[in-house]
Ligand binder design. Sequence first.
Ligand code: R5P
Length: 312
Amino acid sequence: MDELKVFTGNAHPELAREVVDYLGIPLGKNEVFQFSNENIFVRILENVRERDTFVIQPLCSPVNNNLVELLIMIDALKRASAKRITAVMPYYGYGRTDKKDQPRVPITARLIADLLTVAGANRLLTVDLHAAQIQGFFNIPVDELTALNLLANYFKEIKYNDLVVVATDIGISKRARDLAEKLNAPLAIMEKRRVGNVDQTETMNVIGEVKGMTALTVDDEIDTGGSLVSVVSTLIENGAKGVYACCTHPIFSDSAIQRIGSCPVKEVVVTNTVPMKDGKKLDKITVLSMAPLLGEAIRRIHTGMSIGAMFE
Ligand code: R5P
């Protein structure tokens, strides 16, 4: 592990510390702060010449600040002669803006890919992209980990015998099917229609049988919690006897926490790809750590071992 260095910006230092604990190495020394004019300054405080370097920085709130910090850290490492720079983005912000689905809109997920590459990133390590095709926006290697096994193992312990896995929309149905297979449960799919560009959703229809069953909804992220609330109430209207939810990225913006608190979902299981501030913790929210998986992936990238083998 001699030549491996892991750095963090201000987005999620707790996760970075867990990852280096897994690797048994100290966190790389650097400073990242803003001047009074809001310009971000970065300095790497140790020698990185010819080193294999990783920067852990999810694009969580404040998203634009965290993005610029990451870009500047990559630039600083490049100019300090690091041999290889891997951007570790456990949450790929702007991932939902991944196609031109109406006139005169940007493809920001692609723009982020270009920015990372121009800054000097040689690889990307990420977790559960909104759409796997985002990998193709990069001309550098991309390793996409998944939290599905972690989530499946948690629910396996509970052993429901009447479980149905529910995809919260058609876009997530393939991942939901994988989860259903891991849990040996049938699959149902919500047909969800989004209204306009604002964070407002309307759930239309349940495809599949949920009556008298315990439903487990799965999504890549919970943002405002609007989708979750309408999915839970539609499932209950359709006869589900209880609803659990899981997702990889707990963005929990706006009043998501109040919505989750007052909605009849029994438990929401998420991971720590983004930080969970104290005010966002509820008894019915369980957080599983992605640090061992990220740490193992970093170890394997560094030593040239297979990442795919971790999920076989
Ligand atoms: C959208 O397609 C995503 O997969 C999630 O369903 C969405 O981000 C959830 O957003 P919200 O919690 O604001 O309804």
